[in-house]
Design a protein around this ligand. Structure first.
Ligand SMILES: Nc1ncnc2c1ncn2[C@@H]1O[C@H](COP(=O)(O)OP(=O)(O)OP(=O)(O)O)[C@@H](O)[C@H]1O
Ligand SMILES: [Mg+2]
Length: 237
């Protein structure tokens, strides 16, 4: 592992970034590396009886066995489940890319950082900057999470085009199936992978299957994620 961190982005929201981030944390840990998931900007925070907001993504990392301290690993958390720029505006907060990147970098001495974006690549953080600007500022290699479903070739290639145009280094794509089993018709699932690799020149590192009755507290679910990611050699990052 040469970079102090990896940035996990996705073709959109609810595509499986958190499960992939938590799964990678488990993979790195198993390989003997010290890793830390980071969620720099979380919207959709859950209000606790003590009046504080809890991070749903942080709960997933914690259930996966990763080290999680919301105070340091989630510098910005907002209650409305909307784009960070809007959630921040509603809270009267100005998000600043350099400041967020500084907060993330301050954690580098604690281990390899697995930084999860919010939504997709061009999600705004304020009136001028997007999540892509944060990726450029951090300059960690990027993993793109994409759903293995109808429409993913277009979504993935557009996302990879935006990353390439911005000069961001991409380590590969991890495919997921959050909504249901991978379509078996027409050999679509395999063709999605082949087409993304061929047109983008980027490797699909792994595919996580649809896990029925997904439950973050069920070790069997995490074992399925582990099996899917076990083909990834962590030294390639
Ligand atoms: N392999 C899987 N099988 C079944 N359900 C899954 C799988 N992966 C994720 N899910 C479910 O899909 C939903 C979205 O997953 P996840 O939270 O990882 O997406 P995300 O891209 O991180 O979303 P956000 O943009 O809100 O951060 C979650 O409710 C999760 O429980
Ligand atoms: Mg998430």
């Amino acid at each position: 592992m040469n970079s102090p961190g990896i940035f996990i982005t996705g073709t959109g929201t609810d595509i499986g970034k958190t499960v992939v981030t938590a799964g990678l944390a488990r993979l790195f840990k198993k390989a003997g590396a010290k890793v830390l998931p980071v969620k720099p900007v979380q919207s959709g925070g859950v209000l606790q009886p003590n009046g504080k907001l809890d991070s749903p993504d942080g709960d997933v990392y914690g259930s996966a066995g990763a080290e999680w301290n919301i105070e340091t690993q989630c510098p910005y958390i907002f209650e409305p489940a909307c784009s960070p720029h809007l959630a921040a505006k509603l809270a009267g907060v100005e998000l600043d890319v350099s400041f967020i990147a500084g907060k993330v970098r301050s954690l580098e001495r604690r281990g390899t950082l697995l930084v999860e974006g919010a939504g997709g690549i061009l999600v705004p953080l304020n009136g001028e900057s997007t999540m892509l600007d944060l990726m450029k500022e951090l300059s960690y290699p990027v993993v793109l999470v994409a759903g293995n479903k109808l429409g993913t070739i277009n979504d993935s290639l557009l996302s990879l085009m935006a990353l390439k145009q911005a000069g961001v280094s991409v380590c590969g794509v991890i495919m997921t199936s959050c909504e249901g089993p991978v379509p078996s018709e027409f050999g679509m699932a395999e063709d999605n992978i082949r087409s993304i690799e061929k047109f983008a020149g980027v490797k699909v590192l792994s595919s996580i299957p649809y896990i029925p009755d997904w439950n973050i507290d069920d070790p069997c679910c995490w074992e399925k994620v582990d099996r899917a990611l076990s083909c990834i050699d962590v030294s390639t990052f």
